[in-house]
Design a protein around this ligand. Sequence first.
Ligand code: 5RP
Length: 262
Amino acid sequence: MTGDLSPIDKAKFVAAKRAADFIEDGMRVGLGTGSTAAWLVRCIGEMVRDDGLKIKGVPTSTRTAELARDVGIDVISLDEARWLDLTIDGADEFDGDLNLIKGGGGALLQEKIVATASDRMIVIADIGKEVESLGAFPLPVEVIPFGWQTTQALIEETLISMDVLGRQASLRMNGEVPFITDEGNHILDLHLNRIGNPRQLAMVLNQMPGVVENGLFIDICDTVVIGFGDGRVELRDINEGTVTHDRLDFVESENLFTDLAE
Ligand code: 5RP
């Protein structure tokens, strides 16, 4: 079945599969959102079913919650868990300091809360997500619907004095209507091309009235597991300063590769 997967899906799968090795019995685990995180959830489901793994999963979106329940993971809320041992999630971009852009799937608010409430955050990604400077991927900013156009104008004006190469913000749409997050908010995607000072930008954005959260994850990610289409994986740990390599075989159960929801 894996023969049908594109190289990019294989890369996402091996990253997710390798990261799942960090999960131990009894852990409370944050479950990310997106196509790479969906592989992770399926891998964990297989570990629960086949190996009797016992964990509690805290999903970062309604769609991850649905998938996690479908594959047999014991799902609890963040308030029930209070604090997590580990969160594993995808990313839209990561740089050499493991700072991230997230929110391509619109779940950045829950993702940031859950990752911040974890002892460790592991990002799973294909190599295409690595960048020298963040910002080629439009930066998602979650804003409340009330006065969103005023918030957009305020953001665009503020960007004039920031170290970025673009300033245009666009309202994310879902077909003909604005995209609505799990919290009932909108997303503005900021087309910045290059972010010179991500830490400063993250702080400035979050000080604006109407902004709920931005998709810059600064000093949150500890480890990135990078997958390649040929089964190789590279693990980089920012705290240990280590880089290790591994290789995975594509020999998995039929279940894991059917009906991938995302
Ligand atoms: C969702 C996210 C995702 O992690 C990010 O968009 C990466 O998604 P994918 O694994 O599908 O490339 O931040 O809000």
